[in-house]
Ligand binder design. Structure first.
Ligand SMILES: C[S@@+](CC[C@H](N)C(=O)[O-])C[C@H]1O[C@@H](n2cnc3c(N)ncnc32)[C@H](O)[C@@H]1O
Length: 284
C-alpha cells in the first residue's frame, strides 16, 4: 500500500471498498485509517496533506483486506459506541445497534418516573453487555443482572463491565433460568429474525453470530420462553419489561403479550424511523 498523502491514501482505500459494494466506503476508509494509525478525527484532519506514517501501513492493509471481505467495520476496529460509551466487540457478539438504546431510555424513564430507589434490573440475552453496562452506570443504586447462553459473549460482557467500571452480576445460561428473586425491570434484545429472512441478510450481518439473530420460523422461538420467564420473575406491581422486536413479528408479539400478561399495560413502541422496535409491558 503506497500513497503520497493521507488524503490520497483514504481515496484509494475508499475506491477499493466501493468496488466490493460497501455503501459508505469513504467513511469506512477514514475510520479504518484512524484505527490503524491510532489517530483521533482531529489528528486525521490535520495530517491529510502529509505522507502517511510508513510503520502502520501493513496493519492498515490487513484491515482493509478484512473489510473487503465484508467483515463488519466494528469487528475490525474492535469497538463500537453505544449510549455515548465505547464497547469492545468481536465476532462472538452482536454489534449493538443505535435503536437498541431505546431499551435503556425506556428503563431509565420508568425507574425515575416511578421513583424506584434501588431497582433490581435484569438484561436477558446481554451479548456484549451494552444494555446492562449502560444501565448499571446510569443508575448507580441499581442491582443489575445479565444473562446469556454464550460463554464467549459473556467474556466480552465481563470485559466491557471491567473496562467501564460497571458493577454487574453475569450468569451463563438459558434466558432467566440462572436468576432468582423478583425484578423491577427486565429488558431484553433477544434473537427475533425470521428464519426465512436469515439467508438474505446484508453481508456484514451474516458475519454476526446466528445464535444472536435467528428467531426461528415465526421469530418467536426465544420470545415465547422469554415471556414465560418474565411472567415468573417480574414483580406484580410497579414493574416493567421492555423487549426489542421488529415489524414482521409485531402482531404476533402483541397477541402473545396480551395473553401472557393480562394484568399489564401492553404497547408497541416505535424507533426514530417510525418502525415498531419494542414491546412495553408495564404494571401499575
Ligand atoms: C440480538 S443479541 C443481543 C445482544 C445485546 N443485548 C445487544 O442488544 O446488543 C441476542 C443474544 O442472545 C443470546 N441468546 C440466544 N439464545 C439465548 C438463550 N436461550 N438464553 C440466553 N441468551 C440467549 C445470544 O448469545 C446473543 O448474545
Amino acid at each position: 500500500m503506497t500513497a503520497e498523502t493521507v488524503s490520497t491514501l483514504i481515496q484509494s482505500i475508499a475506491r477499493r471498498l466501493d468496488a466490493v459494494g460497501i455503501e459508505d466506503a469513504g467513511i469506512d476508509a477514514r475510520l479504518l485509517l484512524r484505527s490503524a494509525f491510532g489517530w483521533t478525527a482531529a489528528q486525521q484532519l490535520g495530517q491529510l496533506l502529509d505522507p502517511p506514517p510508513a510503520i502502520y501501513l501493513d496493519d492498515l492493509e490487513s484491515m482493509v483486506l478484512r473489510r473487503e471481505t465484508r467483515e463488519p467495520l466494528q469487528y475490525i476496529t474492535g469497538s463500537t459506541e453505544f449510549y455515548r460509551r465505547n464497547f469492545t466487540v468481536n465476532e462472538s457478539v452482536l454489534i449493538p445497534r443505535p435503536e437498541t438504546e431505546q431499551l435503556v431510555v425506556q428503563t431509565l424513564a420508568f425507574v425515575r418516573e416511578r421513583g424506584i430507589e434501588n431497582p433490581r434490573i435484569a438484561d436477558i440475552c446481554t451479548g456484549s453487555g451494552a444494555i446492562a453496562v449502560s444501565l448499571a452506570l446510569e443508575l448507580s443504586a441499581a442491582e443489575v443482572h445479565a444473562t446469556d447462553i454464550s460463554s464467549a459473549a459473556l467474556g466480552v460482557a465481563q470485559q466491557n463491565a471491567d473496562d467501564l467500571n460497571a458493577e454487574l452480576d453475569i450468569y451463563e445460561g438459558n434466558l432467566l433460568d440462572p436468576l432468582s428473586g423478583a425484578f423491577d425491570v427486565i429488558v431484553s434484545n433477544p434473537p427475533y429474525i425470521l428464519a426465512s429472512v436469515m439467508p438474505s441478510l446484508q453481508a456484514e450481518v451474516t458475519r454476526e453470530p446466528s445464535l444472536a439473530l435467528d428467531g426461528g420460523n415465526d421469530g418467536l422461538d426465544v420470545i415465547r420462553p422469554l415471556f414465560e420467564g418474565i411472567l415468573a420473575r417480574l414483580k406484580p406491581t410497579n414493574s416493567a419489561a421492555y423487549i426489542e422486536i421488529d415489524p414482521p413479528i409485531e402482531d404476533a408479539v402483541l397477541v402473545l403479550a396480551l395473553a401472557t400478561f393480562p394484568r399489564a399495560g401492553i404497547s408497541l413502541l416505535s424507533d426514530l424511523a417510525g418502525l415498531t422496535r419494542c414491546v412495553s409491558i408495564e404494571h401499575a
